[in-house]
Every structure is written in structure tokens, then in C-alpha cells.
Design a protein around this ligand. Sequence first.
Ligand code: PBG
Length: 325
Amino acid sequence: MITRPRRLRQNPVLRKMVRETRMDASSLIYPMFVREGSGIKEEIPAMEGQYRYTTDTMLYALEDLEKAGVRSVMFFGIPDVKDEVGSGAYAEDGIVQRALREARAHFPEMYLITDVCMCEYTSHGHCGLLKGHDVDNDSTLELLAKTAVSHVQAGADMVAPSDMMDGRVLAIRNALDDHGYENTPIMSYAVKYASSFYAPFRDAAGSAPSFGDRKSYQMDFHNRKEALKEAQLDVSEGADIIMVKPAMTYLDIVREVADTVNVPVAAYSVSGEYAMVKAGAKLGCVDEEKIVCEMATGVYRAGACVYLTYFAKEIAGYIEKGYIG
Ligand code: PBG
């Protein structure tokens, strides 16, 4: 026998030497929910181990993340009051804007990213303005741009539009540039599928649509070429990072997008992926640590170089201990 693949698997040092996928905690982004009020840290029922923080308790969570080596967070806001036009999304004293100011003041080194969308702020739960029963694309763009600008004014380092309106990356790019923020990057949720894996998130953020679904703006999960179209379009509009979401059942798409565009690709392991791991581990069907390591590695192996996950802190620990990476 000339070729024996097992030769390179003989010992742990050698196995690690020839690894093809390397991971580093600096590529992890932790999604965080911030609500109104103070002194509250409430567990999200569908996402055991994840919490809604108020702007004060959030600081302890940020400290833990920083200690674990996670340097980037993505904020989602949960306002007390919602209305038809989602005004809380772009209010100067909106929940995300206040969280940003607080985080910026206490953790100058943390990299602060915001999810830019309307669904947590609209009374109907859709990601834009309604015209009849449909979400109106073009009138929503202005509000998204306004939201992005107000986030950056409050201290965001990067904005991440997740609404799936056409043309929003360009609208946001122009608005940021007009306000002198030409160096603020945009991470676009370019390839975002209409997925049932978001259910626990909608529970966490109270953002489930009150009627209909999001299929007229999020992508049909049967489609592959459309993912490339969305990714290329957003790159041409100025997106600096392209995200694919969800992750686990879309790794073929992550690979293809990574091979197609010449910007960094991010993947988002969403709330349903997290919830399934937790539930499976609780039932004793799977070993949480081990499958989280395997899922994370799969995402990087597929071509992502940025990973958004509710397990960010844990994964940073696994990398540190040498379980993966
Ligand atoms: C906002 C948004 C959603 C998620 C991220 N940004 C929910 C949705 O589109 O319904 C989902 C994140 C997750 O499930 O973890 N539009």
C-alpha cells in the first residue's frame, strides 16, 4: 500500500499539525438581547441559558464575554412599546441606542454590532412598513437607513441589516456616508432564508408577525442560485461582510457563497439550532460540548470566517482548552 491515510492520524500532535480548519475566538460574535427596565436578567424560556438583559445587567454579561475572549457582540433590542412604524428602532433613546452608549462607556474595547431591522419594533411584527397586507420595500429603506445611522451615532462599530428589503445595503451605505461614517462596515444578512429555525428568537424578542409570514421578503429554502444573486447584489451595494443564515442546514450555501464572493463570509447559528442542542443534551441524546465543537468546526470548514452563535463564550473556552481549533 502506498497511501495510508491513517499515517497522519497516529498521534494528537500530528493530527493537530495537519488540521485544515483553524479557529480563533476573535471570529466569534455573540448575539445579545437587551430590554427596557433595570436590574433584570430574565431567562428566555425557549433558549435555556440565554437571557434578556437590561442595560445595567448587560454589563456583567459583557464582562464575562470579554474574560472568555469574545470581543464582539450583536445587539437586539426589545422595546416596551411598539407601533405601526417601528419608531423605537430609530429613536435616539431607543433601547439599542441606550445599550450602545452604556456598553461603549464601560467596554471601550468591545466591538459593538447592531442588528438593523424593524420587526422587534413594529406592532405587526413585520420587518418593514405595511402597505395593505404587504411589506412595502421602498418606504422601509429610509427607516432602515435612519436606524443604522442612529446606531452608529450611539456607538455601534458595525451595522447588520437583517430585514431582507431590496436595496437596503446601498440605502444604509449612502446614509452612513452622508453622516461622515464612511468607515463603518456593513455586515449584510444577505442570504437569509425564511426559516422555522427562528422560532425561539421570535419568542425571545416578541417579534413573531401578527399575521402571515416572512416569505415575501426572506428567501425560499429550496434555492441555491438565488443565494449567490443576493450575495453578489449586496457586495455590489457595498456590503463588507456577507452573512448566511441559518448555518447548520445551509452549509452548502456557506461554501458556495464563500467560493463566489471576495468578501468575508459569516454564518449565523440561529436560535432554533441552539434550542435543539440544549434540548437534545438535556434528554441525554447528545453531548453538548462535543456537538457544539463539531457544529462550529463545520461552519468554518464550510468557508465562513466569522461565526455568530449563542454558544460563543463556550466555544471560546473549547478553543482555549484545545478541544477544537
Ligand atoms: C430580525 C432577526 C431575526 C433573527 C435575527 N434577526 C428574526 C427573524 O427574521 O424572524 C433570527 C435570529 C435567531 O433565530 O437566532 N429580523
